[in-house]
Design a binder for this molecule. Structure first.
Ligand code: PMP
Length: 356
C-alpha cells in the first residue's frame, strides 16, 4: 500500500539524515510524536512477561470496555489488527464476483483502492470536490454492482469532514444491500460542532459500519489494533474473517489502558490540535491556501511543484507524504518539526512567487 511505502520512504530518508548527524522528522505517516503514556508502558511490560500464552481470541475485556463507552451491545464491536485488517476482511466478505464495485472518494486513503483490488472488486474512485467528499456524485455512482462504499471522515489526506445533514442525506440514498463504511481513523482530532458521532448515526441503519483505530490519537500504531462497530450480522461476518489470535495480548491490554486514560490522551490531542493551528496559521500567513484540517495532518495541494517542495523539506530534515503532481500531506509532529516546515514553506512560497 502506498501509505506504507510512503512511510518506508520516510524511514529510509530519516535514516540517511540521521547518519549525516541531523535530526530527522518523519511527518509522512500520520503517527503522533509522543511515546506511550507511562501507564500504557507499564501494562505492556506486564503483558510482555506472558507472551508464552495465546491472547484472548475474543478480545472480551476490550470489547466490553468499548461497548460500555459507545453504548452499544458487545456483540456489535469487532476488534482487528488495525483498521486495515478490518477493511480487508470486510471486502473479502462482501465482494463476490469480478463485476462487484467498491466506491470511495479520491483522493482518500489508498487502502480502499488497494484492498478493493485485492478482494477482486472494481475500484470506483469519485473525485473530491474542493478537497471534500462529493457525496452526491458518490451516490450517483452507486450501481446494482456496488457492494461497499467508503466515507473517510475526516478525510485522509485532505483533512475535510462531512456534515451531519449531507451524510444523512447520502445514507438515505444508499440502497440497503450496500454497506457504507465510515472510517473515523482521525475522529479524535476533529473538533468543534462538525465532529460527528457516526456510531450514533449508524444506530438505526443496519448497512452502516464505523471503523476506528488505536493507531492515531491513541498512539498505538506499532501494536496494530483497531475496531469496528457494526450491526450484528456484519459484526459476526467480520469476526468470522479474522485471523485467529491475530490481536496480541499486548495490543489488547494497551488499548484497554488507553481507553481508561482519556484525560492525558485528550491533553495530547489538544496539544496536537494547537500545533496544527500554528502550522495552518503560519502557512496561510506565508501566502499558502490550506483547506481547514480536521485530522492530525495538513494538506498542501502543490500540483506539479510537489516534488520540489518535498525535496526542500527533506533537505531540512522533514519527511512529508508525497502524492506526485498533487500535493503533500504533512503530519503534525514535534514543535521543531512544525517550525522546520514553516521555514521551508515560507522560503518556497517566496521563491515560487519570484519565478511566476
Ligand atoms: N483509515 C485511514 C483513513 C487511515 O489513514 C489509516 C492509516 N493511515 C487507516 C485506516 C489504517 O489504520 P490502522 O490499520 O493503523 O488502524
Amino acid at each position: 500500500m502506498s501509505n506504507q511505502s510512503g512511510n518506508d520512504a520516510g524511514k529510509h530518508s530519516a535514516e540517511r539524515l540521521r547518519t549525516s548527524g541531523r535530526t530527522p522528522y518523519n511527518l509522512s505517516a500520520n503517527e503522533i510524536p509522543f511515546a506511550p503514556l507511562p501507564g500504557v508502558l507499564k501494562v505492556l511490560q506486564e503483558a510482555a512477561g506472558e507472551v508464552n500464552r495465546y491472547p484472548d481470541a475474543a478480545c472480551a475485556e476490550l470489547r466490553s470496555e468499548l461497548a460500555d463507552r459507545l453504548r452499544v451491545p458487545k456483540e456489535r464491536v469487532v476488534v482487528g489488527t488495525g483498521s486495515v485488517a478490518l477493511i480487508q476482511n470486510l471486502l473479502m466478505e462482501y465482494v463476490d464476483g469480478p463485476d462487484d464495485e467498491v466506491v470511495f472518494a479520491w483522493r482518500s486513503f489508498e487502502g480502499y483502492r488497494t484492498m478493493a483490488r485485492l478482494a477482486g472488486a472494481v475500484p470506483v474512485a469519485i473525485p473530491l470536490r474542493e478537497d471534500r467528499h462529493d457525496l452526491d456524485a458518490m451516490a450517483d455512482a452507486l450501481t446494482h454492482n456496488t457492494r461497499v462504499v467508503f466515507v473517510c471522515n475526516p478525510n485522509n489526506p485532505t483533512g475535510s469532514v462531512v456534515g451531519r445533514a449531507e451524510l444523512e442525506q447520502f445514507l438515505d440514498r444508499v440502497p440497503k444491500n450496500v454497506l457504507v463504511v465510515i472510517d473515523e481513523a482521525y475522529r479524535e482530532f476533529a473538533d468543534g460542532p462538525q465532529a460527528l458521532d457516526c456510531v450514533e448515526i449508524a444506530g438505526e441503519r443496519p448497512n452502516v459500519v464505523v471503523f476506528r483505530t488505536f493507531s492515531k490519537a491513541y498512539g498505538l500504531a506499532g501494536l496494530r489494533i483497531g475496531f469496528a462497530v457494526a450491526h450484528e450480522p456484519v459484526a459476526a461476518a467480520l469476526r468470522g474473517r479474522a485471523l485467529p489470535y491475530g490481536v496480541s495480548a499486548l495490543a489488547q491490554r494497551a488499548a484497554v489502558e488507553s481507553l481508561r486514560a482519556q484525560e492525558p490522551l485528550a491533553e495530547r490531542v489538544a496539544e496536537l490540535v494547537l500545533r496544527r493551528s500554528l502550522l495552518v496559521d503560519g502557512l496561510r500567513a506565508a501566502g499558502w491556501q490550506v483547506p481547514d484540517p480536521h485530522g492530525n495532518f495538513v494538506w498542501l495541494g502543490l500540483g506539479e511543484r510537489t516534488r520540489d517542495f518535498a525535496h526542500d523539506c527533506e533537505e531540512s530534515g522533514v519527511m512529508v507524504k508525497v502524492f506526485p503532481d498533487e500535493g503533500v500531506r504533512i503530519t503534525v509532529g514535534e514543535p521543531e518539526a512544525v517550525e522546520a516546515v514553516l521555514a521551508v514553506a515560507s522560503r518556497f512560497y517566496r521563491a515560487d512567487a519570484r519565478h511566476s
